[in-house]
Each structure stands twice: as C-alpha cells, then as structure tokens.
Design a protein around this ligand. Structure first.
Ligand code: ADP
Length: 383
C-alpha cells in the first residue's frame, strides 16, 4: 500500500499533518519554499513549487502528492498526473480553488447557492453591475488573494482601476483572465459559517459539524464549533452544499466551504479551500478525527474517521501577530499555568504583525466559559 505522502508547501497546514502522519506510521515529506518554514522538520526538499523540475523530482520520491496551499500551477499539476503521480486534490478540482471566476461559474452551473456575480473587464461593466445592485459591490481579483487581500468593497466604478490595469499588464506570463475581475453583490450576512468535509477518491464523504467563523480585517480570528443554533436546518443545508461541491467538482482530501448566512436565512457559498483549513483547526483537539489525519486518510484512499465532537463546544482562537517581544514559548509559563485545559498550537514562526503564528483551542459544555478560556489564553501571546 502507498504510504509516503508528499506535501507541496511548507506552511502550518503541512506542519500540522506531521503528527497525524507519525501516529499513523505514514511517511510524510514536504517540499518547502525556504529553510526554516513551519513544516521544515519534515522538509525533504527546499525549492520553488512553480519550478516544474523541482516539483517533478520531489513527486518521484513519494506515492501521493497533496498540498499546503493551492498555488501550484496547473501545467505542473498536469505534468505530474501525466507521469502517473497520484495528485489529490487533482488539477481539475484544484482549478476552482485557484480561480474565483471559474469557481463562481462552476458553482452556478451546479445550481449551488452563490451571491449574484459577474465577470467585469472594465469600469463601464462594473458601473452596470453597481447600477443593478444598489450602488455597492465587492470586487475580487480572481487569483492569488488570501486573508482578504484582493477583496475590495466598492461604491464607484473607478475604485478598482488599479487592478484592471495591473492584471491586464501582468508581466509574469499573463493573467489567464485577461485582466477581468469578479464582482459580487454585497451580501448582507448575519454571520459567516464554514463547512469542512472530506472525500476519498473512491467516493466516501464525511462532514464535521458546521462552524461559525469570525473574521477581523479579512482574517479569521475565531471559530466556534458547532455554529451556535445550527442544529437542524442550517447543519443539514451546510453539509448538503459541501457534499454537492465535493462530488460535483470531484474534490479529494479535505474541502472547506466558506459560507454566508444571510439576513433572509439563506446560505450562500463564499469560497472553497481544498486542503485543511483554519475553520477546521478545532478538530485536532475537539473531534474524534482531526482534519489533518482525515486529509492523510483521504488522499491515501483509506477509510475516513469519525467526525463527531468530543465536547459540546470547542472554540479556536488564532494567535495573530504574537508577542511584541520574544517568542510564544517565552509566554508559556503564564499561559499554561493559568489555562491547563486549553491546547496551544505553535507554528514555529517568528512573530510579525497580523501573521498567523499559532492557535489555541478550548472545549467544554458551557460556551461562555469555553470562549473565555480560549480568548484569555490567546491574549497571553498577543500584546
Ligand atoms: P480571501 O480569499 O482573501 O479569504 P474572501 O473571498 O474569502 O477572500 O473574502 C474575505 C472576506 O470578505 C470574507 O470573509 C467576507 O467577510 C468578506 N466578503 C467577501 N465577499 C463578500 C460579499 N460578496 N459580500 C460581503 N462580504 C464579503
């Protein structure tokens, strides 16, 4: 049986796959972009994931290829598949995590609920969309955005002229969308949800409880599992949507579907991530099977693990930026003594404003207490 998994990308998602691989006795090798990255302790290659030869040579050393991020170019993904490498998720699925315009089109074709959207190539087309959507809209660069970068709320058709210009004159081999942008209705949402599921190549799918995600400045700050008040309709709707995406697009491995719960009680799809996701970190401590173990099981086409919650409530709080001086470990004496039931996850990254350098997860049967524990612990690491 195939037992060596190669992960392209050396970030914290690859890092958190390592203990899961060790526990299952699976070899894990990482292609890291640089020395000293979060997943450096499993890095067998340091190189550029956009370099075809680097990636193909790395793929030769493993049984299955998977990812810490979605940025490996399609041409390289397809070259691996042509050489018989097992790539999960495959290029045909990953395309929709790489390009938000293609994603919106595909989800619309599948009849799944998405915000009103359009492809716009110039200010005149944007003006037309604004005219039919109350004069406000959200414009997104189709590729390369993350943590809110590449997302802009606009009230006038000239507010993204810089993006039209820079994409149309992209010096790095051209923008596959020819400078076009995605424009969406400004969704009036009461909260953001995320539904994480996993799917094996042979078809088995499982879902964790739907969670509520809280973003600050476009970055995920907190996750509550399950989303309060979600038992029943919302849980079913969210799981059905994510299963339809996983099956409709043929995703293998973990899939996170970011959702909006709207003021008129609809659930709309915002984004897709085809890898373990920040909204699933709580599962390491809070679920029978963590999303990282599940991802390995799924990409190896092994039976999937239970997705039930260990506690009534789990709350995950990101450590964003970190302490103004010293490292996370310098704060352990206080944090661990005060909060012995909270689990601290340190990605081994240097503190830097806004950077995700770790997270904490608390669990229990009273949401207020669990929330307090998680926030108070995270506060030890941020000042
Ligand atoms: P990224 O790829 O950077 O994570 P997203 O597309 O997820 O970008 O958008 C980041 C955040 O911007 C979302 O979490 C949400 O808070 C807000 N947002 C995105 N699209 C819309 C929309 N159509 N209406 C309202 N808010 C939106």
């Amino acid at each position: 049986m195939a037992t060596t998994v190669g992960v392209i990308g050396g970030g914290q998602l690859a890092r958190m796959m390592i203990p899961a691989a060790v526990n299952l006795g699976i070899d894990i090798r990482v292609l890291a972009e640089a020395d000293g990255m979060a997943a450096g302790l499993a890095a067998s290659t340091v190189g550029d994931y956009r370099d075809r030869e680097v990636v193909l040579a790395f793929a030769e050393t493993v049984d299955v290829i998977t990812f810490d991020h979605e940025h490996v170019p399609q041409e390289i993904l397809r070259a691996m598949v042509e050489r018989g490498v097992r790539v999960h998720p495959g290029p045909d699925a990953l395309l929709y995590a790489q390009d938000k315009l293609l994603m919106r089109q595909r989800l619309s074709d599948l009849g799944l609920p998405v915000p009103d959207w359009a492809r716009v190539e110039n200010a005149a087309q944007l003006a037309e969309f604004l005219g039919t959507h109350g004069g406000r809209a959200v414009v997104k660069t189709p590729r390369g955005g993350y943590d809110g970068k590449g997302v802009r709320l606009v009230r006038g058709e000239h507010e993204v002229d810089d993006w039209f210009a820079s994409l149309a004159s992209d010096p790095n081999g051209g923008d596959p969308n020819g400078g076009a942008l995605l424009v969406e209705e400004l969704v009036e949402f009461t909260r953001e949800l995320a539904q994480v599921v996993a799917r094996r190549p042979s078809g088995e799918v499982v879902a964790w409880p739907v969670v509520e995600t809280v973003q600050r400045d476009g970055v995920c700050a907190e996750v509550i599992a399950p989303a309060p008040g979600s038992a029943g309709r919302i849980a079913d709707v969210a799981a059905d949507i994510a299963f339809a995406v996983a099956e409709g697009i043929g995703v293998t491995g973990v899939l996170a579907v970011e959702l909006f719960e709207t003021t008129d009680e609809r659930v709309l799809i915002n984004e897709l991530a085809m890898r373990p996701h920040n909204s699933g970190h709580w599962s390491i401590d809070g679920s029978t099977t963590s999303q990282f173990e599940q991802h390995l099981r799924a990409v190896l086409d092994l039976p999937l693990g239970g997705t039930g919650a260990r506690d009534d409530w789990s709350v995950m709080v990101n450590i964003l930026g970190g302490p103004s001086s010293g490292s996370l470990i310098d704060r352990y004496a206080g944090a661990l003594a005060e909060h012995p039931t909270v689990k601290v996850h340190n990605y081994g990254k240097d503190p830097r404003p806004g950077r995700k350098i770790g997270h904490v997860t608390a669990g229990g049967d009273n949401l207020d207490d669990v929330m307090y524990e998680a926030r108070a612990t995270a506060a030890f690491f941020q000042d």
